[in-house]
Design a protein around this ligand. Structure first.
Ligand code: UDP
Length: 490
């Protein structure tokens, strides 16, 4: 083991939302497996998840990961006490206050870096001030952009060429300009408002700051693997000119092999993980469809009702995850009795990765968050794509049009994460999409391609694979930077 002086020390600063904390925890662990001292910095209300996971893995694998906290000034930002995670924001006003509170973390974070003197900072792209703090300390700042190359190329070209400006109606379609490797079509309504430069001013300003910070940082870490989107990794490097390292899928390095006790994903599962796997054990391989629309999606009772009807009509085994633990409004009369034995409803938080990894699962209805897509890919399951917001409509196209391992449910309109909307997809469309990924020749083709992606992901992270090698190259570069700055100090 290298002496403390030689050891590289990286500080990780995640954005506080489940879909950002999960990959950051995995990433810190990944660096720790390469004998890098890893420190995660977060706020008190978010510390538990990291602390528990770190404890399990330091006991199990002897990994060296530290956790430090900085006070989240919710009072000064006008947020209620304990509101320290994006999943608890319920109005657009709360969003702007949340980002104000994140800005207030800059000075305390700089004070903390002064004490722990790391050699590199890896910060979530939403934390746009991270770069200036790193410059203050003369260390490199890498941005963690928890999405695909594909979606970043799409966003880049939409901002560059503004194709939506020539379109009159929301339902008008266009091909993304800029000579992308594939002909990718969207309707205007599928685009994120920020990519059309629409939306509340504070968010547009924030997105500008985020993009400027990414351009100015020393490089981008991608939770992806080369073989999944080779043409887009190439396009990204060529057109955007950013230094980048694809070192994922992070989730594949850990939490595999049925170690249910060691399984943690931000929240505690609302079901007993062992009971859930026993339920799956009794099912035929590939016979269960898993429906989970993310950690923060805006799904109405009316929509859940349509999903329930379609699952009943499908006649297959299923697991349905619903966020709100209390509401029963959406449950069709007599539904639970009729689906007994073949349907499992998880109210709250599901052990998603364990479920997807189970051989019983043969399909995944997903909201197209990047972590979920990757988890589906590395489990080798075809997907029904059901995007809502963020860059989910772009991820959808990667799955359906490029990887050809999924079919769209027919969601066509970007909706904000908070606040009401009147979009409901009917049960017939849902049923149709689910049947397409489970039954027939097309389903078999998708399954075959999904299994190929799964195998490629395993090769990518094994010694000599593309992700493994990119991680080695990144570490070498950081070590070289460290010795250069040490020699300057000497
Ligand atoms: N997740 C989970 N259980 C749930 C819902 C979500 O473990 O009931 C995990 C999921 O496996 C993924 C993350 O939460 O790792 C969600 O991230 P993603 O990027 O898919 O979407 P987001 O929720 O951030 O929109």
């Amino acid at each position: 083991m290298s002496s403390e002086q030689d050891q590289l020390h990286i500080v990780f600063l995640p954005f506080m939302a489940p879909g950002h904390m999960i990959p950051t925890m995995d990433m810190a662990r990944l660096f720790a497996t390469r004998k890098i001292k890893s420190t995660i910095v977060t706020t008190p209300a978010n510390a538990n998840y990291f602390a528990e996971t770190i404890q399990i893995h330091s006991q199990k694998d002897g990994l060296e990961i530290d956790l430090l906290t900085i006070k989240f000034q919710y009072d000064d930002a006008g947020l209620p006490k304990g509101c320290e995670n994006a999943d608890s924001l319920t109005s657009p006003e709360m969003f702007s206050r949340f980002f104000k509170a994140i800005d207030l973390l800059q000075q305390p974070f700089a004070d903390l870096l002064q004490k722990c003197q790391p050699n590199c900072l890896v910060a979530d792209h939403f934390i746009h001030w991270a770069n200036s703090v790193a410059i203050e300390f003369g260390i490199p700042c890498l941005t963690f952009h928890g999405s695909s190359y594909f979606s970043q190329c799409i966003t880049y070209n939409l901002l560059q060429y503004e194709p939506h400006k020539n379109l009159l109606y929301d339902s008008d379609t266009f091909v993304v300009p800029g000579d992308l490797p594939h002909k990718i079509k969207f309707t205007k309504s599928e685009l994120s408002p920020y990519d059309k430069k629409e939306g509340p001013n504070f968010l547009l300003e924030l997105m500008d700051k985020v993009r400027d910070a990414v351009k100015a940082c020393n490089g981008v870490i991608m939770n992806s693997y080369y073989e999944l989107e080779p043409a887009y990794a190439g396009y990204y490097a060529r057109v955007m000119g950013m230094k980048h390292w694809h070192i994922g899928p992070f989730s594949l390095y850990f939490n595999r092999g049925g170690d249910n006790e060691a399984f943690r994903r931000v929240k505690k599962s609302s079901v007993d993980v062992n009971e859930c796997t026993r339920w799956l054990d009794e099912k035929e391989p590939d016979s269960v469809i898993y429906v989970c629309l993310g950690s923060m999606s805006n799904v109405s009772d009316a929509q859940l009702y349509e999903i329930a009807i379609s699952l009943e009509a499908l006649g297959q085994n299923f697991i349905l995850v619903v966020r709100n633990e209390d509401t029963k409004e959406w449950v069709p009369q007599g539904f639970e009795a009729r689906i007994e034995g073949r349907g499992l409803i998880i109210r709250g938080w599901a052990p998603q990765q364990i479920i997807l990894d189970h051989r019983g699962v043969g399909g995944f209805v997903t909201h197209c968050g990047w972590n979920s897509i990757l988890e589906g890919v590395v489990s080798g399951v075809p997907m029904v794509t059901w995007p809502f917001h963020a860059e989910q409509f772009y991820n959808e196209k990667l799955v359906t049009d490029v990887l050809k391992m999924g079919v769209p449910v027919g969601s066509k309109k970007w909706v904000p994460r908070v606040g009401s909307h009147n979009i409901t997809i009917g049960n017939k469309e849902i049923l149709n999409a689910m049947a397409k990924i489970l039954i027939g020749e097309e389903a078999q083709d998708m399954k075959r391609r999904a299994k190929e992606c799964k195998e490629m992901a395993r090769l990518a992270i094994s010694e000599g694979g593309s992700s493994y090698s990119h991680l080695s190259a990144l570490i070498e570069e950081l070590k070289a930077h460290k010795s250069r700055s040490m020699s300057l100090i000497k």
